[in-house]
Design a protein around this ligand. Structure first.
Ligand code: BGC
Length: 250
């Protein structure tokens, strides 16, 4: 099945048509900046443009940076607060004229990695962390997702919220060297390890292809590997999520 996959991030919105049987992107990835303020109307208008540009009328899967409970946004850390309580799938369906399905962005990225990428065939507990404007998390148990874990908002023992301490946005705005940021990120990883004891940790998002630069700082017992889809996992996973919902509806 072909699905338009969209990854809405705190800074950029990325889109491509995805073939869900293989997890391949069959059009070139397009990236546009996330509008500010990132209100439902402003993001909806950008989504409408992207759908029109792709001459798309089929199903759309969106990975969105919030807890999404049965189509309703419950949080809004890096987008406008008016998303909270919004039936987001319904809202974006009305704005784009397409059938839209919305999942948390990290959960979507995790689905792509578990089906086709670095987590394929992995039993046990797998923790996927997407590193970007925020820190997104997805937890899989024997391949099954525990949806909407918001573990980037955990407070570390230094009293700072994890995503305000060790996200990619923090690395860039504070101009941290890889070694400095790597130490912070390891602090986060070891905290996660002590709480979840994952068998495998997969890192996605912009910095996943820079893992070699900070891997010397990592001290977890669980192996830490880069996502196979690197920064594209969100787009592919969003499409897989839409396909899964359509199948469930049948
Ligand atoms: C949000 C999560 C999201 C993560 C990555 C966090 O601020 O609360 O829902 O997955 O950022 O975008």
């Amino acid at each position: 099945m072909q699905v338009l996959g969209i990854d809405v991030g705190g800074t950029g919105i990325k889109v491509a048509v995805v073939e869900t049987t293989t997890g391949e992107m069959i059009t070139e990835r397009v990236r546009v900046p996330t509008p500010r303020p990132a209100t439902p109307e402003a993001i909806g208008a950008v989504l409408k443009e992207l759908v029109t540009e792709h001459k798309w009328t089929g199903p759309v899967g969106i990975g969105f940076p919030a807890a999404i409970q049965r189509g309703i946004a419950r949080t809004a850390a890096n987008v406008h607060k008016s998303f909270i309580g919004l039936p987001i799938a319904e809202f974006f369906s009305a704005q784009t004229g397409c059938r839209v399905f919305v999942a948390n962005d990290a959960d979507a990225a995790g689905m792509a990695e578990m089906r086709f990428g670095a987590g394929k065939g992995n039993a046990g507990v797998v923790l996927i962390i997407t590193i970007g404007t925020g820190l997104g998390t997805a937890v899989f148990i024997d391949g099954h997702l525990l949806p909407n874990t918001e573990l980037g908002h955990v407070y570390l023992d230094n009293g700072v919220e994890a995503e305000r301490y060790a996200s990619e946005a923090v690395r860039v705005t504070k101009g941290l060297k890889w070694k400095e940021w790597g130490k912070r990120f390891d602090h986060y990883l070891t905290t996660m390890e002590a709480l979840l004891w994952p068998d495998l940790i997969i890192l996605g998002g912009g910095v996943s292809d820079e893992l070699h630069k900070f891997s010397p700082m990592i001290t977890t017992k669980a192996p830490v590997i880069a996502a196979s889809f690197l920064n594209q996992a969100g787009i592919v996973g969003a499409a897989l999520f839409a396909e899964e919902c359509l199948h469930r509806d049948k």
